[in-house]
Design a protein around this ligand. Structure first.
Ligand code: AMP
Length: 210
């Protein structure tokens, strides 16, 4: 089964994807995380993606689809995969519809009002080592990351307000129309993303009948 988590930045895709990938025992493929890893390691892909990421824009489709094709060709994806943040453009959606022919697939769309998104992202802090997330108000970051024990909790450069606004604009312009295309090919389950993490997770499982 190919599952896709769809929604704006800050809707909780990453958190829910970690939970759902564990629940369904499939790899969690987060294109943003793969780009950030490449950026940190200074790979050619990371360098090519850098300027787009810093401006809150989408990395070009060709690079993104090639990276996803490589990732899902790995053995651990043979039984299914959970996409987080992919597809994010019409071209990526059409590519994935072609690539998933003959396989079962489903989409979960997480809805959250814009004011809630901005408050969530502005307070978000992440561990630069293991990507565990915290929040200045809802889950204050400890001195040492609870998941990996290192003192590496920071604000993602693209979580600064000016970049967040650009990312939300990119979402509205380029990504929100993708849902219509996905609907034409796959079942789409719309879930309210406001509430406690566990509550939203249960809503998703219920929507999927899992
Ligand atoms: P995220 O962590 O999912 O918000 O992604 C961070 C950044 O990585 C985005 O603002 C984009 O620049 C880039 N990115 C992630 N996923 C994609 C995608 N599917 N297509 C193009 N760019 C992406």
């Amino acid at each position: 089964m190919i599952s896709m988590l769809f929604g704006p930045p800050g809707c909780g895709k990453g958190t829910q994807a970690t939970f759902l990938a564990g629940h369904f025992r499939v790899p969690h493929v987060a294109t943003g995380d793969i780009f950030r890893k490449n950026l940190k390691e200074g790979t050619p892909l990371g360098l090519a993606a850098k300027g787009f990421m810093e401006k809150g824009q989408l990395v070009p489709d060709e690079l993104t689809c090639e990276m996803v094709a490589d990732r899902i060709a790995a053995l651990d994806c043979a039984g299914g995969v959970l996409f987080d943040g992919f597809p994010r453009s019409l071209a990526q959606a059409h590519w994935l519809i072609g690539a998933s022919k003959g396989k079962a697939a489903q989409v979960v769309s997480i809805e959250v009002p814009t004011e809630v998104l901005i408050a969530r992202i502005a307070g978000r802090r992440v561990c630069s080592k293991c990507s565990a997330t915290y929040h200045e108000t809802y889950d204050p970051p400890p001195a040492l990351c609870r998941a990996c024990g290192t003192a590496s909790i920071v604000q993602r450069p693209d979580d600064q307000e000016v970049v967040v606004r650009a990312r939300l604009e990119t979402y509205t312009r380029d990504t929100s129309p993708v849902l219509g295309v996905l609907r034409s090919a796959f079942p789409v389950y719309v879930v309210d993303g406001v509430g406690a993490v566990e509550q939203v997770g249960q809503r998703i499982l219920q929507a999927l009948g899992a």
